[in-house]
Unconditional design. Structure first.
Length: 137
């Protein structure tokens, strides 16, 4: 994994998120085209990050004026890509360490719903944490 480079804005979003939720943030990705901020939280911190009935996520979204998405980190690339793709139903995941590639099979319904921007964000997040390309089939 390469060293993550964060902008001042991403660092400020992380500080705000951590102070408002109590969860530990490992990464923050801002998608300007979608107006969305994705926070990658430490494994086990998903519940505290979301809060009861999504209250924490809603408060953070209101504070930063953007949609907020939370993903739970995993050191296992297959588990991590499933977490990034949630709530999509992943049918199978194949990790090829030699090719540095993860092949993911989604349900037909979820594959049809995936937009190009969402797939690009998924690929970027997985690449940042596991240095692998994601191929959706």
């Amino acid at each position: 994994m390469e060293v993550l480079k964060l902008s001042a804005r991403e660092i400020s979003y992380i500080a705000l998120f951590e102070s408002m939720t109590g969860a530990v943030v490992k990464d923050c990705v801002v998608d300007e085209s979608d107006g969305r901020v994705t926070f990658v939280v430490r494994k086990g911190d998903m519940g505290i990050a979301i809060g009861r009935r999504g209250a924490n996520v809603q408060r953070v979204a209101k504070a930063i004026g953007r949609k907020v998405e939370v993903v739970e980190h995993s050191s296992d690339p297959a588990e991590f890509v499933v977490n990034v793709l949630k709530p999509a139903k992943v049918e199978s995941v194949e990790v090829d360490e030699d090719k540095k590639q993860i092949r993911v099979r989604l349900s037909m319904h979820d594959r049809e719903k995936m937009r190009r921007r969402v797939l690009e964000r998924v690929r970027e997040i997985v690449k940042r944490h596991h240095d692998m390309d994601v191929v959706i089939v």
